[in-house]
Design a protein around this ligand. Structure first.
Ligand code: ADP
Ligand code: MG
Length: 564
C-alpha cells in the first residue's frame, strides 16, 4: 500500500465543517474525548486478550501518555490499546457508524452557545480534535499485527484524509494534534494536567506526562525524560469493596462534597443485569444551607465507564433525596449524554429506581437497627433531613410504604422519634385510627384543647408542626391498615374506645342542651356551620373543629399566609 487519498463520507464533512466553524465554548473537551477513546481502546484490548494473551506483546501494562512539543506545536495522546488496522482506520475515522448526524446538526443550529460538549453526545468525539487542530495525524497499529502493518491517517479536517503505511513497533495509537496558532495554551503541562484531572482523575488507567523541572539557565520550566502519572488513576468506586478502607471512603466523600465532616453513612454497590452500573452514595451529616431550594440539583456525579460526564445529574435521584452525594458510573449510557437525554433514558430510570432503593435501605438499616447507636444516627439524620424525606410520600408512590416506616414524629408520648410502627404498637385496645393534630409549633400542638379527651383516655396523638406535614397527610391516608385521623376534624369518632355509658350520657346531654344549641346556632349563624355537644373536651368549655373532609384550620392559615 502506498499513500492514498480518500474522501470523507458526506456526514463527516458536515460534522467537520461545524466543528471547525462553530464550536467555541468548552473547547477543552477535545482532550476528554481523545483520552476516553484511548481508554476505550485499552478496554477493548483487555477484552480481546481474555482469549488471546499474545495481544499484550511485551507490554502488559496498559496506559495513556500525553506529550507535547512546543516548537512543533503538537500535542499527542498515545495509548497502547487495541490500535487499528488500515481498514479500521478508514472506516472508524472516515465514516460515522451511528445515525444521528442530522439531529446533531439540528441541535447545533439551535444551540446559542455552540457548546463543544455536544459533540461527544453523537459518537463523533474524535473529530473534536479539529476544534483546536488544523491537522490531525493518527499513527496506529493493531495489536497482534506485525510492526509493518501500521498505518498513518492524516487530515486537515476538510474534505479528505490520507492513509499511508507505517512501521510502528509498539501497538496502539498516537493521535497527534497540530494545534492552531491561537490554541498554544494547550502546550502547557499545567493546563493539560488541570484538564486531565478534571475529567479523567477516576479513569482506572494511568495518564502519564513528562515531568517538568526548573532550568535556572533558561529561567523556565523544561520537560525531563521522566514520566509521572497525572491522574489519580483509581476510580475508588470501581475497586472491590473489600480493598477499600473506611478512611478511603471518607476521603473520597470529602473530595466530592467539599464537606469537612465525615458522612453519616454510605453505600457502594455494583449492579448487574439489564442495566449495568456502579453506585457509591453518601448521606451527609449536616444539611447544606440551600436544602430547601427544590430547584437545586442533586449531589450525584455521573460517570460513564469511569469518564466524568456531569456534576449534579438530577435525573439520577428523586428530588426528595437531593441531599445524597456520590457517584454513579454507568456502563450503558453513551459518553457525554446531555441532561435532556438523561431525562428520557430508560437506563437512567432504572438507575434512579435502583439508587432510590439503595438509599432507602441504607436509612432503614439505621432506623430499624437494634443497635442504639444506629438509632441515634437515624434520629440525627431525621432532624436534618426528615422534612425533605416527607416530600417523598407524595412524590414517590412506589416507595410510599417504605417511606412511611421511616417517618418520625413528636407525640403526646415523646417529643421526637416516634415512628408510625411504634405508635401502632402502643395503640389502645379497640383503637382503630392513628390520631394526629397539626399546628404551627410543637408547643401549640401540645396545648391544644382538642387533645383533652385523648389525654384522659391515655390515647397517643401525633403532634405535627412541620410545614410539609399537611401536604404529606394529603398523600398518606393510612398506615398498616389504620387510617390517619385528625383530632381537629368533625366529630372525632372514638369508635370502640367510647363505652356504652359515655355514649348514652352524651346523647342525653345533647337532648337536654337542644334549646341552648339552637340559640347558639342562630347567634353564630354567619360564623359557625354547626354547634354540637361534644365528648372531646374535659376541661375547656368549648373548641372549634373543622368539618370532616374540609381543609384543616392549620392548612387554611398556611395558605392564607402564602397569599392564596
Ligand atoms: P466513539 O468513541 O463514540 O465511538 P469517536 O468519534 O470518539 O466515537 O471515535 C470513533 C471510532 O474511532 C471509535 O469507535 C474507535 O473505533 C476509533 N478510535 C478512536 N480513537 C481510537 C484509539 N485511540 N484507538 C483505537 N481506536 C480508536
Ligand atoms: Mg469517543
Amino acid at each position: 500500500m502506498s499513500k492514498q487519498t480518500h474522501s470523507f463520507q458526506a456526514e463527516v464533512k458536515q460534522i467537520l465543517h461545524l466543528v471547525t466553524h462553530s464550536l467555541y465554548s468548552n473547547k477543552e473537551i477535545f482532550l476528554r474525548e481523545l483520552v476516553s477513546n484511548a481508554s476505550d481502546a485499552c478496554d477493548k484490548l483487555r477484552f480481546e486478550a481474555l482469549d488471546n494473551a499474545g495481544l499484550y506483546e511485551d507490554a502488559p501494562q496498559l496506559e495513556i501518555r500525553v506529550l507535547f512539543d512546543k516548537e512543533a506545536r503538537t500535542l499527542t495522546i498515545r495509548d497502547n490499546g487495541i490500535g487499528m488496522s488500515a481498514e479500521e482506520a478508514a472506516s472508524h475515522l472516515g465514516t460515522i457508524a451511528r445515525s444521528g448526524t442530522r439531529e446533531f446538526m439540528a441541535k447545533l443550529e439551535g444551540e446559542q452557545r455552540k457548546d463543544a460538549n455536544l459533540i461527544g453526545q453523537f459518537g463523533v468525539g474524535f473529530y473534536s480534535g479539529f476544534i483546536v487542530a488544523d491537522r490531525m495525524t493518527v499513527e496506529t497499529r493493531r495489536a497482534g499485527l506485525p510492526a509493518e502493518a501500521g498505518v498513518r491517517w492524516s487530515s486537515e479536517g476538510t474534505g479528505e484524509y490520507e492513509l499511508e503505511p507505517l512501521t510502528k513497533a509498539g501497538r496502539g495509537t498516537d493521535v497527534i494534534l497540530h494545534l492552531r496558532e491561537e490554541e498554544a495554551e494547550f502546550l502547557s503541562t499545567w493546563k493539560l494536567k488541570s484538564i486531565i484531572s478534571k475529567y479523567s482523575d477516576h479513569l482506572s488507567l494511568p495518564v502519564l506526562m513528562r515531568r517538568e523541572t526548573w532550568d535556572a539557565e533558561k529561567s523556565e520550566q523544561v520537560l525531563t525524560e521522566e514520566w509521572e502519572t497525572v491522574n489519580k488513576a483509581a476510580a475508588i468506586w470501581a475497586r472491590s469493596k473489600s480493598d477499600i478502607t473506611d478512611a478511603e471512603y471518607q476521603d473520597f466523600y470529602k473530595q466530592i462534597s467539599y464537606d469537612q465532616e465525615a458522612p453519616l453513612a454510605y453505600t457502594h454497590n455494583r449492579v448487574e443485569g439489564r442495566s449495568e452500573y456502579t453506585q457509591l452514595l453518601y448521606i451527609p451529616k449536616k444539611a447544606p444551607y440551600d436544602l430547601w431550594n427544590r430547584d437545586k440539583r442533586g449531589g450525584v456525579k455521573l460517570y460513564v465507564k469511569r469518564v466524568f460526564i456531569m456534576d449534579d445529574a438530577e435525573a439520577l435521584m428523586p428530588t426528595y433525596l437531593r441531599f445524597v452525594k456520590g457517584v454513579i458510573d454507568s456502563a450503558d449510557l453513551p459518553l457525554n449524554v446531555s441532561r435532556e437525554l438523561l431525562q428520557e433514558s430508560r437506563d437512567v430510570k432504572a438507575i434512579r429506581e435502583g439508587s432510590t432503593k439503595r438509599v432507602l435501605s441504607m436509612l432503614e438499616g439505621l432506623a430499624h437497627s437494634d443497635d442504639a447507636a444506629d438509632k441515634d444516627k437515624y434520629l440525627a439524620f431525621w432532624r436534618e433531613f426528615g422534612a425533605v424525606l416527607k416530600e417523598g410520600l407524595g412524590e414517590d408512590h412506589a416507595n410510599q410504604e417504605r417511606l412511611a416506616k421511616l417517618l418520625r414524629f413528636a407525640s403526646t408520648h415523646a417529643d421526637e422519634g416516634v415512628g408510625l410502627a411504634d405508635y401502632v404498637g402502643r395503640m389502645k385496645e379497640g383503637q382503630e385510627a392513628i390520631y394526629y393534630i397539626t399546628a404551627d409549633t410543637l408547643a401549640a400542638a401540645k396545648s391544644s384543647p382538642q387533645l383533652e379527651v385523648f389525654r384522659k383516655k391515655g390515647i397517643e396523638v401525633l403532634l405535627l408542626s412541620d410545614r410539609v406535614d399537611e401536604w404529606m397527610l394529603s398523600h398518606l391516608y393510612e398506615f398498616d391498615g389504620h387510617s390517619l385521623q385528625s383530632v381537629a376534624k368533625g366529630s372525632v369518632d372514638l369508635g370502640k374506645l367510647q363505652d356504652e355509658e359515655e355514649k348514652q350520657k352524651a346523647e342525653a346531654a345533647a337532648e337536654a342542651f337542644k334549646p341552648v344549641l339552637e340559640r347558639l346556632k342562630t347567634v353564630l349563624q354567619a360564623r359557625a356551620k354547626d354547634v354540637r355537644v361534644t365528648s372531646r373536651l374535659v376541661d375547656s368549655p368549648a373548641c372549634l373543629v373543622v368539618e370532616d373532609g374540609a381543609m384543616s384550620a392549620h392548612l387554611a392559615r398556611l395558605l392564607k399566609q402564602a397569599g392564596q
